[in-house]
Design a protein around this ligand. Structure first.
Ligand SMILES: NC(=O)c1ccc[n+]([C@@H]2O[C@H](COP(=O)([O-])OP(=O)(O)OC[C@H]3O[C@@H](n4cnc5c(N)ncnc54)[C@H](OP(=O)(O)O)[C@@H]3O)[C@@H](O)[C@H]2O)c1
Length: 335
């Protein structure tokens, strides 16, 4: 099959369009013909080698975590899907590779594609949708009436998280640059801060939850906008010991996570806050909940650009600029 292959780690390395064997179908897997693949910063971070310690891959490697497509074959133990089903998924760590014509995914990581959106739109959802779900619902237990601050509301995670938090009934504050104000407003954001002009720390007080996705300075400030008993969830580091333990990391990685997060954990404890690092996971059950919300019209995909298959490197480079409004997708199967 045709795929975009990475031969070695490196920030500047380009993916090479080449031929590679179809992935092996295990008993619990469905083989998906990829129609569209979502692009995430995680693809870029894996390619650069930044994640080598916690997420090592053997080369050559096919990148790509998000897929929307059609089931073409099922393993002997598969019960939830059959050939011809339209599905979407976040391919699990260590078995990624959606920048290709086919991918095999365990059926428990797959969900039916929402019927009211296109393949390209569906491919934009899994990784960011599950991230928002796991941060706000699973970890923070966000409920009606609470106040949540979602950083970078115009990004992939932010556009989904704002809509999910509004659905729950929370008041949502977000940061974005002036040009994206209308976008985040249309998604339901109540308080919008232009981070190029204003300092969120001076505007926000007594928040219940912060979804942090930016740099260390924003992490430090986030501690100060939370009220006592509040929750700070970071998806951009530093990793904490609970995360390292959860992925079964070796002792030295656990030690590094302990050291890297010592400062923020200490400061959080002093203010009676909970700090937690999230590294999202594939989850077909949660993705089914997301399908329901999309089909009910509660959440809509926010798309920036769709690139043709041949332009997967350009798609990745565009995401790396950090300026995407919503999601970037590569269309793999021609109509
Ligand atoms: N741990 C996990 O499981 C996990 C999962 C998903 C993502 N992440 C991480 O979370 C981060 C966000 O991911 P993403 O996919 O949402 O990124 P993204 O879509 O690439 O984010 C782009 C958006 O960020 C906005 N932005 C840039 N700098 C900003 C700032 N200082 N303040 C507020 N907004 C800013 C930009 O808006 P303007 O153009 O208006 O500046 C743009 O719309 C990344 O570091 C990613 O790797 C982690």
């Amino acid at each position: 099959m045709k795929a975009f292959i990475v031969d070695r780690y490196g920030k500047k390395e380009l993916m090479r369009l080449g031929d590679t064997p179809r992935p092996q179908l295990l008993d619990d897997d469905v083989l998906i013909e990829v129609h569209a693949a979502g692009v995430n910063l995680l693809d870029s971070k894996i390619k650069s080698g930044e994640f080598k310690l916690i997420l090592p891959y053997r080369m050559p490697l096919v990148l790509g975590h998000d897929v929307a497509g059609v089931v073409v074959q099922v393993g002997s133990r598969v019960r939830q899907f059959k050939a011809g089903d339209q599905v979407y998924a976040r391919a699990p760590d260590h078995r990624i590779g959606t920048f290709a014509e086919f991918i095999a995914v365990n059926e428990n990581d797959v969900a039916p594609k929402p019927m009211n959106i296109t393949m390209e739109e569906a491919a934009s959802i899994p990784l960011v949708g599950l991230t928002a779900w796991q941060a706000l619902i699973e970890k923070a237990h966000l409920v009606k009436g609470q106040k949540v601050f979602i950083q970078a509301g115009s990004g992939g995670v932010g556009t989904f998280a704002i809509q999910l938090a509004k659905h729950v009934g929370a008041t949502v504050a977000t940061t974005t640059s002036g040009a994206n104000t209308e976008l985040v407003k249309s998604l339901g954001a109540d308080v919008i801060i232009d981070y190029r002009k204003d300092d969120f720390e001076k505007v926000l007080q007594n928040y219940d939850v912060v979804l942090h996705s930016q740099n260390a300075a924003a992490l430090e400030k986030s501690l100060r906008v939370l009220k006592s008993g509040g929750t700070l969830i970071s998806i951009s580091g530093p990793p904490d010991p609970a995360f390292a333990k959860g992925i079964g990391a070796p002792w030295f990685v656990r030690l590094i996570a302990r050291l890297l997060s010592a400062g923020v954990r200490r400061k959080a404890a002093r203010r009676d806050l909970r700090y937690s690092f999230l590294f999202m996971r594939s989850n077909g059950q949660q993705l089914r909940e997301i399908t329901r919300l999309i089909e009910a019209g509660v959440i809509r995909p926010v798309m920036d650009r769709v690139f043709p298959f041949e332009s997967a490197n350009e798609a990745l480079a565009y995401v790396e600029t950090g300026r995407a409004k919503g999601k970037v997708v590569v269309k793999i199967k021609r109509d």
